[in-house]
Every structure is written in C-alpha cells, then in structure tokens.
Design a protein around this ligand. Structure first.
Ligand code: ZN
Length: 338
C-alpha cells in the first residue's frame, strides 16, 4: 500500500467498522462487505485517515498538481492560492486545508448542496466526502457544485460505491443509515446506493471530464470532475502570484512589473506547469502608460502563450523576473490573462 497522501506516513492499521444490520440493508456479498470495511476501517496510524480519505486526498493533490502529501502543499509557499469549498468536512483533510487563505467550510443544514449559498464561479476546488449518498437529489447537488466552480475548476469527492452492480435509489426500501443516526437521523439517511455507473452522474450534471483515483481497488474510489474551461481564468488570479489558465482559454499573459533594481529594463519568464518557460522582454505596449514606466521603472510585458506547452485541463502559469525565481508579486505589479 502506498503512503498516506494526507500526512505522508506509511503505516496503516485495520479495525472493522461495518455492522451486520447495514450489510443486510445494503445487500452486500461477503466480498463487498470486506472491501467496504477495508475502505472505512483501514486507517493511517499517524493522522487517522481511512483509505477513502487517502483516495480523496489523491484526487485533491491531482487538482492542485502537487506530488503530496497534502500537509506539504499547505506548508509550502508554492504561491498557489486555491479557493476551496469543503462541504461537510473530510476529517483530517479539512484540518490540513483549513490553513489556506481561500478555504471555506460549509456544513449542512446551513449549507445545503441542493442550493449552495455561493455565487457562480466562486471556487477552484469543491470537495465532499461520503455526503452525496445522503442527498435526496444527487444530480442537482452535483450541478450546484459545478455552478460554483470556475471554468476548469475541479470537484473532488467520494461516495460509497459497490462496483459490481448499478446505482439504485433507496426510495421505497426500508430506511438505511450510515454513521450514528442518534442526533439527526435524517442527515444520515441513505438516499442513493452508488454502483458501477457512478461516474455517469457528474457527466450528466454537466461536468466535462471525469477521472478516478483508487486505493486498494475496489475498496476506495474518489472521483474528480472538471468543469469545462471557458475564456475566463480564476477572476482573483490577476493579483495572485500564480494564475491558472485553461488549455481552451486565453492566449496571452500580460501585466506590469516594477524594476526594483534600478536598471532600465525588465524581462519576464512565463513558466507553465513549473517546467516550460517562455522568456520575453518587457514591452512598452501601452503608450498611455509610457510616462509611468520611464519615471518609476514600471514595465509592461506581453507574452503569447504557446498552446503546445499547455496540457489538457487547467495549467499553472507563473511569471518571474527573467532568469530568476522571483515571482512578479501582487499589489501594484501583476499579471493577467487575455
Ligand atoms: Zn496519514
């Protein structure tokens, strides 16, 4: 088994959690019960993350384009500032991500997946963990997740899945619960038992692309679903250190950089996904601002993005002073896509 993608620890311990009553309601075979029990009951000895949580962290790391573990991403000064919506929490993942400035936690019933209280295109990543099976209308919930994501943004989630059968609604069947239903019984009520066709749901909800991350298949499966990229880039990226551009999106990165060294010109490196670099000299392509350049050391730049350097989906774009790893910072100096 590979190491824990949340904390990086390599040791797991198993304590079964599945009760006979639930196995009966769910009509699980012995094999199915064993892998669902492994998913929920095999836990990291350091942070307590289950295989399900590790699979979800794998999916989130892919969305962040970070090798992991997740604690390292949140400790690092990678420059990325994803806006993350965490619906109902995901155990230790929530603790780790909550240090990010763009982290938002929303819990039922104040935050209802059927009518999320957020504006369109508010988040780069939305995540939920074993929540969708409890929502009366899972398609509507996924459509809401899609609505609040920016173009190219990513939904990452888990829901208990039996891979040898198709999804079924529990409507008309005896009530079945996950977890401890003592406090708010209906919050734990299962509406949908997901099966082999679970990947169809995000596509039916309008997502453009679906991917799967597994741990000890078929024990734990996490889904990533990408919102189609449009011409827009994350609106707040204009003043962030690092921006994101969709492969189908803008062609041009441009902005201003103040020459703080006193020399008379600056050039920039536009770095795509930490590897490919396009270097360009600063250009005085805004005549209306030419006086500002000359008196303050400001320089505009104007760099065409070479589409052959972009990969499918969302690409990370960083702009640095040429030949250095000093990023063009926010504030009065910034870059934006056009
Ligand atoms: Zn761990």
């Amino acid at each position: 088994m590979t190491s824990c993608s949340v904390c990086g620890n390599g040791d797991y311990v198993f304590h079964g959690v599945l009760e006979a009553k639930l196995i009966g309601q769910w009509q699980l075979s012995a094999e199915e019960a064993a892998y669902i029990d492994a998913q929920q009951g095999t836990r990291c000895t350091q942070c307590g993350s289950s295989l399900r949580v590790a699979a979800l962290a794998d999916a989130i790391l892919a969305a962040l384009d970070h090798a992991g573990p997740l604690v390292d991403f949140c400790r690092s000064d990678a420059g990325a500032m994803p806006r993350v919506l965490d619906i109902n929490g995901a155990v230790f993942i929530s603790d780790v991500l909550s240090v990010l400035p763009g982290y938002v936690r929303g819990d039922y019933p104040e935050v209802d997946m059927l009518d999320l209280p957020y504006a369109d295109e508010s988040f780069d990543i939305v995540l939920h963990s074993d929540t969708l099976e409890h929502v009366p209308n899972p398609l509507r919930a996924l459509e809401e997740c899609r609505r609040v994501l920016v173009p190219g943004g990513r939904l990452c989630y888990t829901a208990p899945t039996i891979v040898g059968r198709m999804t079924r609604s529990r409507a008309g069947l005896p009530k079945s619960y996950h977890g401890d239903p003592k406090a708010n019984a209906d919050d734990y009520l299962v509406h949908t038992e997901f099966g082999a066709d679970m990947w169809c749901y995000p596509l039916r909800a309008g997502f453009a692309h679906v991917g799967l991350h597994q741990r000890d298949f078929p024990a734990a499966i996490a889904i990533t679903a990408s919102r189609a990229g449009g011409p827009a880039v994350s609106p707040s990226s204009a003043r962030h250190l690092t921006g994101y551009v969709d492969v189908a999106g803008p062609d041009l990165v441009a902005g201003w950089a103040m020459d703080q060294t006193g020399i008379s010109a600056v050039a920039v490196d536009v770095i795509i996904n930490d590897t490919a670099t396009i270097r360009a000299p600063a250009q005085k392509h805004r005549p209306d601002l030419q006086g500002i350049y000359e008196t303050s050391g400001n320089h505009g730049f104007h760099v065409l993005l070479d589409r052959s350097l972009l990969r499918p989906g969302t690409n990370r774009v960083t702009v640095c002073f040429a030949g250095t790893d000093v990023q063009i910072p926010n504030g009065d100096q910034y870059f934006q896509f056009f």
